[in-house]
Design a protein around this ligand. Structure first.
Ligand SMILES: Nc1ncnc2c1ncn2[C@@H]1O[C@H](COP(=O)(O)OP(=O)(O)OP(=O)(O)O)[C@@H](O)[C@H]1O
Ligand SMILES: [Mg+2]
Length: 233
């Protein structure tokens, strides 16, 4: 089953002389269990693609479906529910809440979805342990290193059973060993049935994916979108 289906998606910012076409007619599907990497130069539309896939932004033209539901058909409340329940998001600039501890940041999507505090805390601690942060769960983001903050953001995207994981440069502030650990976690989540879409500038990280798409100037370069050989992983 396709978890994500984008068809003819265009996103314009601004109007007139200030018009920026961030995406132009993008078609992309990501199936259950599939791990897709997105590469491309700065400004080519990678973050815009992820934001649209997660319902954080709406397309100017075209349709975005998550688990078969056309996001354009949802009112604000139901769209917010899809964002919480179906999509886990690692933001390029992390977006951790400074007044919440690492554990509380990871618990937040569960609590917003009505999970009781005790269970949300237990699940958050289990994911923090998997990303190697059990011992700093009680610290606030300002008291963590850049790499630790990044892993908190990843834990927040993995907690619960979200079937679409969207990660914008999730390995950016990590050394290569910790970066590989994060990729292993994303792969494991795909093996559990999630669909993962990850932006990366690093070809070695893209090699963990089943498929790599290249964006240039808001378009997918079809000629470059070859599946990776098993041996590259
Ligand atoms: N809110 C906005 N208003 C106006 N233009 C925007 C907005 N968001 C993005 N853009 C423009 O859309 C284009 C694509 O931006 P996007 O952030 O998707 O690029 P990117 O591929 O993620 O780049 P990077 O690798 O630097 O993160 C850029 O030209 C950017 O300036
Ligand atoms: Mg970006």
């Amino acid at each position: 089953m396709n978890v994500l289906e984008m068809a003819g998606v265009t996103r314009d910012h601004g109007t007139g002389a200030a018009l920026v076409r961030a995406l132009r007619g993008v078609d992309l599907t990501v199936a259950e269990g599939e791990f897709v990497a997105v590469m491309g130069p700065s400004g080519s539309g990678k973050s815009t693609l992820l934001r649209l896939a997660g319902g954080l932004d709406r397309p100017t033209e075209g349709t975005v479906r998550v688990a078969g539901t056309d996001l354009a058909a949802l009112d604000g409340r139901r769209l917010a529910a899809v964002r919480r329940r179906d999509a886990g998001y690692v933001f390029q600039d992390l977006n951790l809440i400074a007044t919440l501890t690492a554990a509380e940041n990871v618990m937040l999507p569960l609590e917003l979805d009505g999970v009781r505090t005790r269970r949300a805390r237990a699940e958050a601690l289990a994911v923090l342990e998997r990303v190697g942060l059990a011992d700093v769960a009680g610290r606030f983001p300002d008291d963590l290193s850049g790499g630790q903050r990044q892993r908190v953001a990843i834990a927040r995207a993995l907690v619960g059973e979200r079937r679409l994981v969207l990660a914008d440069e999730p390995t950016g502030a990590l050394d290569s060993v910790t970066g590989d650990d994060v990729l292993r976690l994303l792969r494991a989540r795909c093996a559990d049935g999630a669909a993962c879409l990850m932006v990366t500038h690093d070809a070695r990280h893209a090699a963990w994916a089943d498929r790599v798409i290249f964006l240039y100037d808001g378009r997918i370069d079809a000629s470059a979108a070859a599946p990776l050989p098993e041996a590259a992983r």
